[in-house]
Design a protein around this ligand. Structure first.
Ligand code: AMP
Ligand code: GLY
Length: 422
């Protein structure tokens, strides 16, 4: 089997690393990948958003299965593109089609789904330019802070949390007037939920599903969850507060009704579904759905999968996931993200990276790296994730931090408090 993984981050490196361990996999290609993915397979120069370019790569390299890492190609319909092309239609795409990817691609669609299926989520109302007049009255029914979301994909920047009601109203207008482009044709205004977040994942073939390990991500740039939001600065799995009692609520109130709801609504969902949850006084609420795996969550949940990961992928492709094995490692896995100085604001690229090659008891997943003349340099805000196993969270973290300390590049920044709040 030849596999193409689309994407270029730590998630895609983790997928390639794990699939390279499968006896059933012959060749792995990553498009475009990064300096790390080339140790698990062959990087292909392509843009995952350019479907004709993906098609050429798939046919040239005799690809049997395509795994889509990031959300944008899914929301833009890469799965549908394959189904509608005679030379591609028999090549399975792991990731939902355009209609099903609305679970992530439209916050309004996801909210309507949640309400229709009675799944706990924040109270909300959606607005477009024609209903602008109602914004002020709805904001007055909420207490601050106000959560304002552009309906569509806005490169992770489409959620605003604002204390002042006048400011909030102004932002709603700015979004509807194009601040986030087409993503802001609708705006969702939500009640603010206070609690600790949890990322839960399933893999599904549209008929049955399997729970993958859960994880906690650290989204803010600063120690103590302060400062700007990032893609994620570290992660831990398992998550101590997600004990059997809490996870039973997650299953009964969120996962089961979601998976049943997809079937009832005739949304044929194949691939990974990511539940962004918040634990409000012991009760799970859905903040968002994502049509993909998380990053850096992948860098802790994939290393916890003991069984052959390709077997699950094949189960999705063939529609017999229920018959496939999934064995989870009981140990903790933690990851610490090394970022470029200045991220998530402006930062410099092209800084040579040293010290990562000899690391033995962690896996270093590359994110924003590239190889120039045989040297690995930084090429993004999040550069590398150092993932480690431990019998305890503390043990895993101490290994991640020790090995992170061996890596160096100009401006390197990391959060020193991953996992310490749990
Ligand atoms: P999203 O892009 O929907 O994941 O939102 C980004 C971040 O905003 C989430 O990870 C939360 O930290 C926060 N957030 C989103 N919705 C809410 C809400 N209703 N209450 C509190 N925080 C929220
Ligand atoms: N780490 C959060 C995400 O992948 O959206």
């Amino acid at each position: 089997m030849n596999i193409l993984i689309l994407g270029s981050g730590g998630r895609e490196h983790a997928l390639a690393w794990k699939l390279a361990q499968s006896k059933k996999v012959d060749k792995i290609f990553i498009g475009p990948g990064n300096a790390g993915t080339s140790s698990a397979g062959t990087n292909l120069k392509l843009d995952p958003g350019n479907f004709p370019e993906v098609k050429i790569a798939v046919l040239e390299n005799k690809i049997d299965i395509v795994i889509v890492g990031p959300e944008a190609p899914l929301v833009d319909g890469i799965h549908d593109y394959f189904l509608s092309d005679n030379s591609l239609k028999n090549i399975p795409v792991i990731g939902p089609d355009k209609s099903a990817a609305r679970m992530e691609g439209s916050k309004d669609f996801a909210k309507e789904f949640l309400i229709r299926h009675n799944i706990p989520t924040a109270a909300y109302k959606s607005f477009d330019k024609s209903s602008l007049k109602g914004v002020s009255a709805f904001l007055k029914t909420l207490s601050p802070p106000y959560v304002i979301k552009a309906d569509g994909l806005a490169a992770g920047k489409g959620v605003l949390i604002i204390d002042n009601i006048n400011e909030a109203e102004k932002e709603v207008k700015a979004i509807l007037n194009g601040k986030f482009g087409a993503a802001g044709q609708k705006v969702v205004i939500e009640q603010f939920l206070k609690g600790i977040e949890l990322s839960v994942f399933v893999i599904t073939d549209g008929i049955s599903y399997k729970m993958l390990p859960e994880a906690k991500d650290y989204k803010r740039i600063g120690v103590g969850d302060t400062g700007l939001n990032t893609g994620g600065m570290g992660a831990v799995s398992p998550v101590p507060f997600a004990d059997s009692c809490f996870m039973k609520k997650v299953m009964d109130r969120v996962v089961e009704p979601t998976m049943k709801g997809l079937i009832t609504d005739k949304i044929e969902y194949k691939g990974f579904l990511f539940f962004g949850l918040i634990n409000v006084n012991g009760d799970p609420f859905v903040i968002e759905y994502n049509a993909r795996l998380g990053d850096p969550e992948s860098e802790v949940i994939i290393p916890r999968i003991k069984s052959d990961f390709f077997d699950l992928i094949e189960g999705v492709a063939k529609g017999d996931l229920a018959e496939r094995e999934l064995e989870i490692d009981e140990r903790f896995v933690t990851t610490v993200m090394l970022a470029s100085g200045g991220y998530p604001g402006d930062y410099e690229k092209g800084k040579p990276i040293t010290g990562f090659e000899g690391i033995k008891d962690s896996v270093v997943f590359h994110a924003g790296t590239k190889s120039i003349d045989g040297k690995v340099v930084t090429s993004g805000g999040r550069v590398m994730a150092v993932s480690s196993w431990g019998q305890t969270k503390k043990e895993a973290l101490s290994i991640s931090y020790r090995n992170a300390g061996l890596i160096n590049f100009e401006g390197l920044y990391l959060r020193t408090d991953i996992g310490f709040d749990l």
